[in-house]
Design a protein around this ligand. Structure first.
Ligand code: GLN
Ligand code: ZN
Length: 795
């Protein structure tokens, strides 16, 4: 240890070295995904534990190897699955229903801890898991801690010390443990009235009371800080991303006052590490800087990807403390605009009276590891991109400028400017035909006939019973299906063999659905690796990656495509599969498309034109597909928009404009559907309250929504809004392997019917079934059909 404790107990405040806020935790080859799933499949906890240790070690060493050096430079993220869930366990926030089942707060890195973390994330036979919800403006999802009345914090101090020592042993310099900070922890959690038997707790108490927990919570953090210091830590990161966004159910003033008080309390802890508080996913704002600046913390980080460079007056409260300038973005894969970043740093240097460190705007957990691994990528396109490792190099280059200037910097900026100019002129980036077509779009293209007329035409054509049963699209993606696609991708299976193989899967899926007695069938999506990637591979304007995995939630990873150019559809994408499925049954088969907003949300999108324009380009491509499906006899077409809520801007002021163009794009995609064609949409992930008006404005004939994870709150919200379209609130939570009972499903359906009326309700699961196995799928759908029959008999 080369830091000398100062009288207050904190190490002598050193300047925080050049750093990044975080790094992908899942591993370059998804090692952690594999380890988690092996464990969840009944594997040995020791194997998971070993995988976790080696993943941590590998990351530390890799980051040092890239050049992050000095005490506190390397972020050490200990979470096995999720940083919020990890914080909840480290603080001992375990809902009563889990504690009652013997799952008590414990070291998250121990075997019992891994079992606890897994149970919280996935639920058990009897216990509903924690809710999942969107993490700021990313497509990462975190597990929502539940704060119950009378809950006590039980900080796992020894665990955190053990974790830190393991990290420190594996590294030359002292790493910096990363933890979610107390204010964000409280804001991201859900305040509940207490556990309901077997289910998540949903009642809400006065949300303001959550900030009352802050002093106690800080007490728990103080324990963790002291243990970290005792274990030798010189720096710790307490992230406060929640401070950059609004829309919390607590007014801004008490949040700011709470922040100031919380950090004063933490800064006053004797024997603690230096505190680094990054405020990411948006601009911190003057009040937050003031609250943190005056508290006694040693370093504050700001997001300069979204936020402007603060003025000298705004920076005044940070006088003397380290400012970590997040000039390199963490949410996209484009190279940093070097000239712009240098200018931002120069401005900061003029305005901030204290040390400046270069950092990232957010954690790099949202981007893939290394673009150099993408050998199949067109090198001209690859050179526009920076994944996590390239971003670290950018951070280091910018830091060298800050520390005396580097001769390479000028040529680096010049090269970057040249690359940008080449990109702007690339023939796949600007396609005249696409631009002309979009320019010719008029308002009528986004309108269908009156919905009442459509309803009648569709009922006449489809003759569906009340409470029609259906699924959301995908059926279990079995090992056999994955093998089939992999063999095709590797060229071991020719096109004909592949088509036969997928057709066989479709045939089985259709037969299964007929046997179950579902009313509206799907083809099952066996040909789709992922609902966005599938379309990205078939549309022009995208490239896909080989190793570009990012964690979405839990063990689930996505490989977001890169949308770099003008989008158009060279040929039909889904028609043949749908037509084949329809040929096997007399029941209607839904066509299945992914909507423009979701394609945007789950891709890395070009940053050189407004999202609305890119979105409309996708919409026109989908419109062609809708036309082709209709022409081939498809009577029902579902256009999934699970990410509609997800892309909603964090700042309230930006929301109306977003909702306008996103709804418009959906309507452009579906606007050519005839009155007798039934357009469905599907939405999932998190609360819909804020977007119900927009959901209505989509003008879909039927909307299926995730509902059971959040206690069916959406049903009453829809009723309050007067939603009168077809509506399928998901009655089966498909995120866990648990099979819902007939009674449970009946009760939910009854509730939906009583609140929304029998004429409009559909009966369906929460979401697609691709992550489920066949046994629970069959059992659950059998129950769903039985429950539907029971409720039909009552109406
Ligand atoms: N149709 C998709 C599926 O069933 C929808 C998935 C989603 O909403 N995320 O898999
Ligand atoms: Zn869904």
């Amino acid at each position: 240890m080369n830091t000398i404790p100062s009288p207050s107990g904190a190490p002598r405040p050193a300047t925080l070295p050049t750093t990044v806020l975080g790094y992908p935790r899942i591993g370059p080859d998804r090692e952690m995904k594999k380890a988690l799933e092996a464990y969840w499949g009944g594997g040995d906890p020791a194997a998971l534990s070993a995988a976790l240790s080696s993943q941590r070690e590998r990351t530390l060493q890799h980051l040092q190897g890239l050049g992050l050096r000095g005490d506190g430079a390397v972020p050490a993220d200990g979470a096995a699955i999720d940083q919020v869930l990890d914080a909840a366990v480290l603080l001992g926030v375990v809902p009563a229903r889990f504690r009652a089942a013997g799952l008590r707060p414990v070291d998250p890195d121990s075997h019992d801890g891994l079992a606890l973390v897994s149970a919280l994330a996935r639920g058990t036979e009897e216990l509903a898991p924690l809710e999942l919800t969107k993490w700021f403006d990313t497509n990462y999802h975190y597990y929502v801690p539940e704060l119950e009345p009378g809950a006590r914090f039980a900080p796992q101090g020894e665990a955190v010390a053990r974790r830190y020592r393991a990290f420190a042993d594996a590294s030359a310099d002292l790493p910096r443990l990363t933890l979610l900070g107390p204010v964000s922890f409280l804001l991201l959690a859900k305040v509940t009235t207490g556990a309901l038997e077997g289910g998540a707790a949903h009642g809400r108490t006065d949300p303001r009371s959550r900030l009352d927990l802050l002093p106690d919570l800080c007490q728990a953090y103080a324990t963790l800080l002291q243990q970290l210091r005792a274990a030798g830590a010189s720096w710790v990161q307490l992230e406060e991303p929640a401070l950059a966004s609004d829309g919390w159910d607590v007014p801004r003033e008490p949040i700011i006052a709470g922040t100031a008080a919380a950090y004063r309390q933490l800064a006053a802890v004797s024997d603690r590490p230096n505190l680094f508080v990054p405020v990411s996913y948006g601009a911190a704002g003057a009040e937050v800087l003031e609250a943190l600046g005056g508290s006694g913390v040693e370093a504050v980080g700001i997001d300069l990807e979204r936020g402007e460079v603060p003025t000298a007056a705004e920076l005044a409260p940070l006088r003397g403390i380290t400012l970590a300038a997040g000039v390199v973005g963490g949410r996209n894969i484009w190279r940093t605009d070097a000239t712009h970043a240098v200018r931002q740093l120069d401005e900061l240097r003029e305005r901030h009276r204290g040390p400046i460190t270069v950092s990232t705007a957010t954690s790099l957990q949202h981007v893939p590891h290394d673009v150099a691994r993408e050998r199949a990528l067109d090198p001209e396109i690859a050179c526009w991109l920076a994944f996590a490792d390239q971003k670290i190099t950018e951070v280091l280059s910018l830091a060298s400028h800050l520390h005396g200037g580097s001769p390479e910097l000028e040529s680096w900026c010049r090269e970057d400017a040249d690359r940008r100019a080449r990109r702007a002129q690339h023939p796949r980036v600007h396609v005249a035909a696409v631009r002309d077509r979009l320019a010719a779009v008029h308002a009528g293209d986004r309108r269908r006939g009156p919905s009442a007329v459509r309803r009648e035409a569709q009922q006449a054509a489809l003759q569906l019973p009340p409470l029609p049963t259906t699924t959301i699209g995908s059926f279990p993606q079995t090992a056999q299906i994955r093998r089939l696609r992999a063999a095709h991708r590797r060229g071991e299976l020719g096109q004909e063999g592949y088509v036969d193989g997928i057709r066989e899967q479709i045939a089985q899926c259709v037969a299964h659905q007929e046997q179950l007695g579902l009313d509206v069938l799907v083809h099952g999506e066996a040909e789709r690796n992922d609902m966005v990637q599938y379309f990205a591979e078939l549309l022009e304007g995208f490239v896909t990656t080989t190793h570009g995995w990012v964690q979405s939630y839990g063990s689930r990873c996505l490989r977001p495509p890169v949308l770099f150019g003008d989008v158009h559809r060279p040929q039909a994408m889904t028609v043949e599969w749908t037509r084949f499925a329809a040929s096997l049954t007399s029941r209607p088969v839904k066509g299945m498309l992914t909507g423009p907003v979701t394609i945007l949300a789950w891709s890395f999108v070009r940053d050189d034109q407004p999202l609305s324009e890119t979105s409309d380009q996708i919409a026109l491509a989908l419109r062609d597909e809708v036309d082709d499906l209709q022409r081939s006899g498809t009577q029902i077409i579902q256009v999934d928009e699970p990410a509609l809520r997800e892309l909603l801007p964090l700042r309230e002021a930006d929301r109306p404009e977003y909702l306008r163009w996103s709804v418009d794009s959906f309507r452009l995609a579906t606007g050519s559907a005839g009155a007798e064609t039934q357009i469905h949409t599907h939405l999932c992930y998190s609360e819909f309250e804020t977007v119900i008006e927009a959901i209505d404005a989509l003008d879909a004939d039927v909307t299926t929504v995730e509902a059971s994870r959040s206690g069916f709150e959406v049903v009453s919200a829809l009723a309050r809004h007067g939603f009168s379209r077809g509506i399928g609130p998901g009655v089966w939570d498909i995120h866990s392997p648990r099979v819902p009972s007939v009674d449970e499903l009946t009760e939910r359906l009854r509730l939906a019917v009583s609140v929304l009326g029998a004429a409009t309700v559909w009966s369906n699961p929460d979401c697609g079934l691709k992550t489920r196995g066949w046994p629970e799928t069959t059992a659950s759908l059998e129950n769903l059909v039985r429950a539907t029959a029971a409720v039909r008999a009552e109406i």
